[in-house]
Design a binder for this molecule. Sequence first.
Ligand code: NG1
Ligand code: ZN
Length: 555
Amino acid sequence: MNEQQQSLILESSSRFLPPQGVKLSYGTAGFRADASLLQSTVYRVGILAALRSLKTQSVIGVMITASHNKVSDNGVKIADPNGGMLSQHWEPFADALANAPSPQELIQLINEFVKKEGIQFDGVKHAEILLGRDTRPSGEALLEAAKEGVASIVGAVAMDLGILTTPQLHWMVWARNKGMKASEQDYVEQLSSSFRCLMDLIPSQRSKFDGTNDKLVVDGANGVGGLKLKVLEKLLNGLLIEVRNSSEDGGVLNEGVGADYVQKEKVAPHGFGSSDAGIRCASLDGDADRLVYFTVNPESSGAIDLVDGDKILSLFALFIREQLSILNEREGTKNNHQARLGIVQTAYANGASTNYLKQLGLEINLTPTGVKYLHEKAAEFDIGIYFEANGHGTILFSESFVGWLEATTNELSARSKGSDAEKAALRLLATSRLINQAVGDALSGVLLVEVILQHMGWSIHRWNELYHDLPSRQLKVKVADRTAVITTNAETVVVSPPGLQEAINNETGKYSQGRCFVRPSGTEDVVRVYAEASSQEAADSLANSVAKLVDQFLG
Ligand code: NG1
Ligand code: ZN
C-alpha cells in the first residue's frame, strides 16, 4: 500500500472506531449484532468488499440485513462473484478486520493480507461494489458507513441500490458477473417472463383449482418482501396475490410475523385468523430469502397446518423428476444424457421428508447448517435442489446442463414442435431462469410453487398430504460458551464435551421414532436443540430433557 492509500484508510477509519469489549465474528450469515454496535464493522466490510473485488476482478455485493432477527438488530454480509456467500477462505480475515482495535492495527492487518493475497493497488485495477439493505431503520446509516469503507480504497466504486431483498442483491451480483443485464427491473422481468412461460406450458387436461383456492395470501413479515412482491404481481397475469404485513403497513419487522415465527412457533402470523381458514397462505422472512406455506386451522385459534421448506423441496423434486423422465422417454435425439439430480438437506429436515424423498429413489445428501454448505453440495449435480426446513433453498442448474437443455430444445423444436419432450425441456429451462441461481429466494420460490401447483392441479391440502411430518420441537439453550459444543457428521453427533452425545443417545433411545441433535448456532449466542418423535408430547419431552443435559454439561 502506498502512502496515499494508507492515509486514506487512517483518516476514515478513525471516524469508525469499534465498540469496546465486543467481539464479532463472521458467522453463517455474516456479522450480526445490535445495530448500535455495527457502524465500524460495516465500514470495515466496505473495505473488505473492495479488496475482494480487486482480488477477483469481479463485482462484489454487500447486503445490510439481519434477516429474521429482531428489528433493533442488523447485520452485514458479502456476496461473492458467483452471487453466493463469501469464500470461507476469507472469513478469518473478515473476523480479524472487524475486531482490529485501532486504525494502526487495521492498516497493519490489511498490509499483511494484501501482500499474502497478492492484491495490487496500482490505480489501474478497479473495484465495483453493489450495496443493498433491507427495511430496518438502522440500514440507511449503516449503508453510508459501507460506502465510506469502499471509498477508502483507491479505485473502488460503490453503487447504492437502496432497499432490496437479500436474494435480489445476490442475483444482481451473479448477473453482473455473467455479463447479463442486472438491474432490479431486469430481475423482475426475468422472473415474471419465466413464470408466464411455465404457465403457458401447463398441460391443458390438468384441472384448475376451485374458486376458494385461487387466491394466495402472503405475509411479508413487515419487511421488504411484500413491497417487491407487489411490483412482481402486476406482471404475472392470472395469479392473484394479496400481500399482508408489508413494510409500509406500519407493523414491526419480524414481530409475531414472518417465516421464522410461523415455522418455529407453528402459529398464524399477526393479521391472519379463522376467516382465512382453507386459503393458501405463505410467509416470507424479513429479507425475503425464506418461504413457508401454511393454512389456518378452522378449529383452533392461531393453529396452522405448516408446509415447510422440506415440502417445498419435495414439490420441486417431483416436478423436476417428472420433466426429466419425460425427456428421457424421447426418441431419436442426439446426445442422450441422463441428468444427475441431487437433493441436499440438513439434519433439521423432518425425518418424514427424507424418507419420502428416498422412497422416490432420489439421492439425498446431508450437510451442516448454513446455506454455503448446502449450496456448495447442490452445485455438484446437473440439477441440485437444496432446502433448509426453515424455507431457505433453491434449485441449481449446472451451466453444462443448461447448455445441453438449450441444444436439445432447439433440436426438438425443429423436429417435433409441440411434443411432450420439447415441453419438458422448455419447462426445465424456464425453471432455471425463474429460480434464483445465486441463493434461496422467497419471491422466485413463491412463483415456482404457484405454477407447479397449477401444473399438478393440486390444492395446498393435496400438496401437504405428500407425507405427514413427524412431530418435532426446537429449543434454544443459553450457555456460557457455545463454541464448547463441537459436532461431526453434518452436526448430528457431538464430539465435545465428552459424554454429552452418550447422554443424548440414552435419552433418545427412550422414544419411539426418536431423533435428537444439538449444535451451536452460527447466528445467535445459543445452543440449539432439535428433537423428533412419534407424538408432539414425546418430541417436546425429548427436547426438554436434552436441553437440560446441555445445561448440565455446559451451564
Ligand atoms: P443458526 O443460528 O446457525 O441455527 C440459522 C438457521 C439456519 C440458517 C441461518 C442463516 C435454523 C435452525 N438455523 O442458523 O438454517 O438459515 O440462520 O440465516 O433455522
Ligand atoms: Zn432471511
